[in-house]
Design a protein around this ligand. Structure first.
Ligand code: FES
Length: 279
């Protein structure tokens, strides 16, 4: 009999059951700046203390120095623009450089710092996932490819047991399980209690229309973009991200453009007004 496997590698699983990944993980943002330099140096480094900062050089058409840091949970820092400014200020103060490029990441962090790769649980052995790469996406992405292909082919893989998503709990996991749950609850509550964040400028407003909580962004031409302000995944409220001009969910990292199109999961539905189930 032929057995089929379904592989879900969507950064963050778009389903809650089975697996309950939102209970076993949290989102962390990291911020990165790149400055032009005269030449690249033959070293890179990462700090061993918290908060972590990393440094490296990269030769593109021109040489760049790349500086990353200011990681934070969205529950603690909703204003991404302020975090980026903080990192840019450090770049100037420590290295006398200004950023030529900036970007930021949303990473899925697990409660024991190992990724979830493999069958989601014993009851669903043919539903395979790969998520929770804990900022080591290149390494863990390759590892996920090796483990998942071995599982599909019915081959043994020495890392399979260590990475399986339903691996046994240990003390560290129990502690982080409650911490993640607490952080997610803080994100949820913060967005529910405070409609308009203190860092919103007068081009962003949260209000209610016909009982629906909506977010309004006024673009540089004065055009209003109205969307539903409730995340379709698990109903957190969305925060406006001034770096990318997107609506971001601080609970599990879903993101939407200013017109309500979903651009990153786990949400799979748009947030357009009157079309909340529009995919
Ligand atoms: Fe889960 Fe928004 S509530 S991503």
């Amino acid at each position: 009999m032929t057995t089929f496997s379904a592989v879900s590698c969507t950064h963050y699983p778009f389903f809650v059951i089975p697996g309950f990944i939102p209970l076993k993980s949290h989102i962390e943002n990291s911020f990165i700046v790149a400055a032009k330099v005269d030449k690249i140096e033959p070293w890179n480094a990462i700090t061993s203390n918290k908060p972590t900062h990393s440094f490296r050089y990269y030769q593109d058409q021109e040489p760049y120095f790349i500086y990353a840091g200011e990681s934070s949970k969205p529950a603690n820092h909703l204003d991404y623009e302020a975090r980026m400014q903080e990192l840019s200020d450090q770049l100037y103060l420590k290295f006398h450089k200004t950023p030529a490029f900036t970007w930021h990441t949303h990473d899925v962090m697990t409660n024991d710092s190992l990724p979830f790769i493999g069958s989601i649980n014993a009851q669903n052995p043919n539903l395979l996932i790969a998520t929770g790469f804990n900022k080591w996406g290149m390494t863990n992405g390759v590892l996920a490819g090796m483990i998942l292909s071995d599982i599909v082919k019915g081959k043994e893989n020495r890392y399979q047991d260590m990475m399986r998503p339903d691996r046994p709990i240990n003390l560290e996991k129990i502690k982080n399980f409650f911490l993640d749950g607490y952080q997610n609850a803080v994100s949820y509550t913060k967005t529910k209690l405070q409609k308009n964040q203190p860092f919103y400028q007068d081009n962003v407003k949260i209000t209610y229309e016909n009982g629906t909580r909506i977010g309004i962004y006024r673009d540089d031409n004065g055009k209003l973009h109205k969307v539903c302000n409730v995340c379709p995944h698990m109903k957190c409220n969305l925060i406006f991200n001034y770096l990318d001009h997107t609506w971001d969910c601080p609970c599990h990292g879903s993101r939407f453009d200013i017109d309500g199109n979903v651009i990153e999961g786990p949400a799979v539905y748009n947030i357009k007004l009157n079309a909340k189930k529009d995919k």
